[in-house]
Design a protein around this ligand. Structure first.
Ligand code: NDP
Length: 514
């Protein structure tokens, strides 16, 4: 034993557990690597040294392509209302209490991004129900930028870093938005006060998409799920956010973690809006278009429960980083809708987790259902609990004669009537302005409109003027005051020293087509 090791051994707490290798064997020395002579080179037989370095090299997994920066906690969903005539889901029956985990996030920033950046917030919930995991993977806004997932990779490219400059590009964002009028609704909410909540506790969560509920008579209704903050909406301005970020980049993590440690448990009222199948055929907008809300006067929200977050994770990586949400996780009585964005997410979320975490990511403790699991997926990374769960090694395929798990046709959903030929239908014919106008005219009050104008114009430094003009023309179709307000704010900012016209390398030349 070397002298330094003897010194260290002397200072050890006798009650501390024995350090072991990952295979469980005691580690005699964690201070000095093994060398050929005191001043000589390292020995390759010092496996523990190699093990430590190899593990360190593997401490990072791919961060989420979107929603990389997140904050989360465990809690409980309690059902206090009665929607049993609409759904047979056990977790939605009166009095049901379901253990769950929530993860909130920003969309565009990387894992180290500052929490108080202007962005849409993810609001993802996993309910560990007795019938399997139900994941509601929503946002803090009721709508989304696009209505067809075919455009999702393009849209996200505009939010991420420019390939050459490695900078975020307002030019790319406004170029895409100004060419995609369906984004107006979400852009307006993003640029309004709600674009920077004070903390995850001070914002609503929306399932955003249209989902379905199915009752024990196998009848379907369409629904929107909402979680309304009981802490009240609190938001910060750009200037306040800059001030916070100047002091801490982790403002959400600190607030959420500390509130729960201090037992100031945040709560949300759980609401549903319900639309019958015949109403869906009659409404003037496409009820499966995620750029639209369901107006409250026609489809009133019903309070049906309460969500409370009351326990912090013990290990951020194992729980919040490794939690894997997918809208494809539904349970009997809750299902999907023809919403095109939702349909694509049914594939892409689980696929993202297979890439990011591994094939059997649902074997990780945070993702494991709390009910028996019996499936026939076999082998692959992390198959620690997957595969056959019957205890019968002969039943690893289906059908089989060895009492393997079987499907239950009683749970088949009601058929969904379809209409029309298979084709690529243009979504450009939908109205993109009316609901934005309702928001602008009815909902945004007083100073909030001015902050909306300033927030938008404040991002236009360096954006080519033809793009700003194209966006202004869209605002004008919402309301002339919207266009005039942003234009006036833009003109003011142009006079200031901070305005750098067309500075972005990609847009030094205006395309000839413009
Ligand atoms: P309502 O007047 O009944 O609803 C307006 C809703 O707007 C409020 O209930 C609130 O929803 C939300 N809201 C309030 N302040 C803001 C804000 N600063 N930024 C964003 N949303 C805000 O009218 P309608 O139902 O007819 O909706 C009118 C417009 O309100 C819609 O076009 C949409 O833009 C917006 N909206 C509507 C929602 C809906 O589900 N109907 C949900 C959210 C926004 P909440 O209670 O969810 O906070």
């Amino acid at each position: 034993m070397s002298n330094s090791s003897q010194d260290n051994a002397a200072s050890l707490n006798k009650n501390a557990p024995q350090l072991t290798t990952s295979a469980g064997a005691p580690v005699p020395n964690n201070q000095d690597s093994m060398t050929a002579g005191e001043k000589g080179p390292l020995l390759v037989q010092d496996y523990q040294l190699l093990e430590k370095l190899a593990h360190q090299n593997r401490e990072r997994i791919p961060e989420r392509t979107v929603h990389a920066k997140g904050w989360g906690a465990y809690g409980t969903l309690k059902i206090t209302g009665d929607i049993s005539k609409y759904t047979k889901a056990a977790c939605l029956q009166p009095g049901a209490e379901t253990h769950m985990i929530a993860r909130f996030s920003t969309v565009a920033g990387e894992q180290g991004a500052a929490d108080h950046e202007r962005d849409v917030r993810g609001f993802a919930l996993k309910f560990y129900t007795p019938e399997g995991n139900w994941d509601l993977v929503g946002n803090n806004t009721p709508v989304f930028f696009i209505r067809d997932a075919y455009k999702f990779p393009d849209f996200i490219h505009t939010q991420k870093r420019h390939p050459k400059t490695n900078l975020r590009s307002p030019t790319a964002m406004w170029d895409f938005w100004s060419l995609s009028p369906e984004s107006l609704h979400q852009v307006t909410i993003l640029m309004s006060d709600r674009g920077i909540p004070l903390s995850p506790m001070h914002m609503n969560g929306y399932g955003s998409h249209t989902f379905s509920l199915i009752n024990d008579q196998n009848e379907r209704v369409w629904v929107k799920f909402h979680f309304k903050t009981q802490q009240g909406h609190k938001t910060v301005t750009n200037a306040e956010a800059e001030d916070i970020i100047g002091k801490t980049r982790e403002g959400y993590q600190e607030r959420l973690f500390n509130a729960i440690e201090d037992k100031r448990f945040p709560k949300w009222t759980f609401q549903v809006q319900i639309m019958t199948e015949s109403q869906a055929n009659a409404v003037e907008f496409n009820p499966f278009d995620v750029t639209k809300v369901w107006p409250h006067d026609e489809f009133p929200p019903h309070d049906i429960g309460e969500l409370e977050l009351n326990r912090n994770p013990e290990n951020y990586f194992a729980e919040i980083e490794s939690v894997a949400f997918s809208p494809s996780n539904t349970v009997p009585g809750i299902s999907h809708s023809p919403d095109k964005m939702l349909q694509a997410r049914l594939f892409s979320y689980a696929d993202a987790h297979r890439y990011r975490l591994g094939t059997h990511y649902e074997s990780l403790p945070v993702n494991q259902p709390k009910c028996p699991v019996h499936h026939y997926h076999k082998d692959g990374e992390m198959n620690t609990y997957g595969g056959i769960k019957t205890g019968n090694p002969n039943a690893y395929y289906e059908p089989n004669s060895f009492n393997g798990p079987q499907d239950n046709h009683d749970l088949e959903e009601p058929a969904l009537a379809l209409d029309g030929d298979a084709a690529r239908y243009s979504h450009k014919k939908y109205d993109d302005f009316k609901q934005v106008r309702d928001l602008f005219v009815k909902v945004l009050k007083g100073d909030e409109k001015q902050r909306l104008y300033d927030n938008i114009a404040g991002t236009w430094a360096g954006v080519p003027e033809f793009i700003c003009e194209r966006q202004l023309a869209l605002f004008k179709q919402v309301h002339p005051d919207y266009e005039a307000g942003v234009r006036e704010s833009w003109e003011k900012i142009k006079q200031s020293n901070e305005y750098v016209p067309n500075s972005h390398p990609v847009t030094e030349k205006t395309p000839e087509t413009v």
